[in-house]
Design a protein around this ligand. Sequence first.
Ligand SMILES: Nc1ncnc2c1ncn2[C@@H]1O[C@H](COP(=O)(O)OP(=O)(O)OP(=O)(O)O)[C@@H](O)[C@H]1O
Ligand SMILES: [Mg+2]
Length: 382
Amino acid sequence: MPHTGLLRHDQTLFRDPDVFEPTYLPEHLHHRDAQVQEIAFLLQPALRGGSALSAVLRGLPGTGKTTTVRRVFAAITEETRRVAPVYVNCRHDHSALAVYRSIFRQVCGYPAGRHLDEIKQGIAARLRDRDAALVVCLDDADELIVAGIYNTILYQILRLYEKWDVRKAGVFAVTSDLARNLYAEADASVRSVFHPAEVNFPPYTRAEIREILADRVRQGLYPRVLPPPLLDRIAVIAAGEQDVRVGIDLVRAAVLRAEKDGRRRVTHADVTAAARTVMAPGLNSRIAALSAGERTLLSWIAERSSEGGDMASGAVFEAAQGYLAVGKTTYHEHLKRLAEAGFLDLVPRTGRGREVRLRYDATEVAAACRSPDRTPKTPDRV
Ligand SMILES: Nc1ncnc2c1ncn2[C@@H]1O[C@H](COP(=O)(O)OP(=O)(O)OP(=O)(O)O)[C@@H](O)[C@H]1O
Ligand SMILES: [Mg+2]
């Protein structure tokens, strides 16, 4: 692109827009070596002519479960024909017919018919011909529990070898609901053939999120479109949400705004505006869940922070005195609760005391606290 100030209408800031699509499979998987190794270990016996082991994969949304499985499965498919890895998205396919049709298409390479028994028979015949061990990833397997077919599906897949002359299948059941125990949900007849290892996906740290985003930016945008301090800011926001997906969406939305205005660089204002669309729904509902006193304090902290006031916890308390009739104990309780709810961090200062640091854009938080449907009708009890 020539270095004039503005973008021509036929120019774009995206080197490769697909990189920001939800279906994009990143070339490099950051910070998931342990999980990749664990999954590879479970697949090992199948590579040697035996059958794969099973697993339950757990982790909050956006912790890379789907991406990790898809990456490992892609590598296995390239490496060998002795394993037939199959990925089922149970959000889309949550009837027995849909699950088996999905398995059939991936094992046989063409669409299945409509008769369940024929489909199962077709899958088994193909596995036998290929002498391949089936591994099925049931992504978002909770959906099968809701649909009431979790046990039936597990039972049938894991006991396929009893009816047909095939190797025992492995199942990877994936959930983002940490309260859900996918092993305990299995009934006794399933459990006797389902001994899953547990693979955990902890949330990424801010530095890890930044690295993942930086990689995506390098691939997807032209150089210098997104200045590093703005990438830092996006990483902070995404880390606050514990979801790298928020970061990817923010980058895309901010760049689209710059592009729409014909600018070659993303600005702070683009990120702020993008954050409003990408995050506002989440922020609003979380603010609504606060008590009136906590919300008033948060709103006040946001305003003080956007005006550049001293954010030492003690100074904030002193200054708050004139506005909020709140005692020291209550103040600290509210502050602790706001930190626990992920709105702010209490960062130790050199010397003594702590600094109150908002995790989100201050103007955005102030606006969300003020939004009319959230404003308490009566004066605050604090
Ligand atoms: N380690 C990583 N390296 C590169 N990109 C990643 C990594 N982890 C996640 N991503 C990206 O973050 C997004 C979310 O990842 P993914 O869909 O795998 O999460 P998930 O744990 O399956 O979430 P959910 O529970 O909501 O399905 C994807 O766009 C993915 O490409
Ligand atoms: Mg997923």
